[in-house]
Design a protein around this ligand. Sequence first.
Ligand code: ZN
Length: 547
Amino acid sequence: MKRTLILYFLFIFVFSFELFSDELLTVPEKTNYQRTSTYQEVMDFVKALKERHPEKMKIEFIGITTEGRKIPMIILSKHGIFKPLESRLLNKPPVLIMANIHAGEVEGKESTLMLIREILENNREDLLEKQTVLIIPIFNCDGNEKMSPKNRRDNGPELAGERKNGQGYDLNRDYVKVESFEVRALITNVFNFWDPVLFVDMHTTNGSLHQEPVTYAPNIAPEGDQILTDYMWEKALPEIDKTLLKKYKVESIPYGNFIKRDDPVKGWRNRAIEARFGTSYYGLRNRFSILDENYSRADFRTRIKGAFSFIRAILEYTNKHMDEMCNLIREADLRAIKEVKNSEFPIRFKLTKTYDFLIKSYIFKKRKILESERERYPKNWYGDYLVEKTDKKKNYCTTLYASFKPYKKVKLTEGYIMLPSERQVAMHLKLHGINVQVIGKSFKGKVKLYKVIKIESLKSPYQGHFLHTNIDYEEVEKEVDVPKGSFFITLTQPLSRLVAYLLEPQSRDGYVAWNFFDRIMVNQWRGYSIYPVYKVLKTPKVQMHNF
Ligand SMILES: [Zn+2]
């Protein structure tokens, strides 16, 4: 009897942590992984937890979507820190985890809900020791509610939301131009306001073929601070990868795709370097970011388990190394203030090797595309052959290509002057948190200006734009009259990398490319007008005030 009783209590002790009341179960847990949660179900879940732990959890709303939904952000703190100033003063820096930017990619949403429950209900408050945790479980609320069997569903659930937001934008292409309500809210109310040390963005892969359920990448934008990128590749991600395998029994590899599927040893590539993507954008702000892409062919339960384990492993890492990470970003800010002006800024890149690694994949076979399949596999996309996965597993030693060597650089100066006609652009720079000043008195000064010779653009619309893909300029050094009311954007500021990225006339993903100056840069009478942003060799010695 005594022994049975001991066993009984042992059983209760071991398993009680896994038993939750109905309101504390996620929708996939309640439906045998058939369904994903709606907006209302996400809100009900977090409210139930909030009622049980009001002193450690707060629900805030960072903004309102096109269709009027409030975007929730959950703040977790065991020190009662629910404001950015407190987190700074009490040295519990924020870490941000965001899911559902593409609302068809839903395991991030489910796993962040599990993470909140895990921390508060399962004795994982150790994860809040050195940090304040911010969680946005359902960023694209409007997309999430358009559940349909026509959307991507991967290997479960039965229905999932759609990729675009309520305006039709892909939110993960919006970080430079910021036209969506969601990204605007994220940049102003979270990035600028809270300034998280790390931003984790959760997705599902698009067609890569391997066995590992979790894939990851740090910021790989080559215009970012290389020391931060190296730290992620060399220290943080290998350690997180190791925890994930050893503690949580989940395999992971860097995010990418085979360069040649019929020859996997040729390499594994990730080229998403532009700041239109959230993780690259965040890197240009001298902060850490991690892209999480869970393997789309893994079943829903495995994807949730992988994602849930990954974010726990990340928080374990940041909690342990927070001081080190804060020092690194502080130094990166100082470098951005001191070293970017007058430097050679890279603008065109060649893909290079990051490191060799082992990938668990499959044997692939090549077969000719039948004429009857042409509708599904158009010739201009697929050519004549398909390379398909077989069921036979195979490991490959391959090379990760996710690093970039510049082959073209431009010389930066001390800053940019923007003519008064660009007031709207100046406001947009402010939205990014960039320091903009207004020139109080007209003056004569030596500048570099850019005469447009030729503009090439995309033939079809992309994210509401006809993106300029190539612009030829003639650079002229000249003394000009700078009118009162012009704007000065100094490169002596923490966001200098982002400033150069947005304003350099040849940037492939800056304001010129995204049509911000199309009002002015038109081909009329005697050729194109001049680019309305000058580069000043020296900071003007005139009266200025903050815009
Ligand atoms: Zn995605």
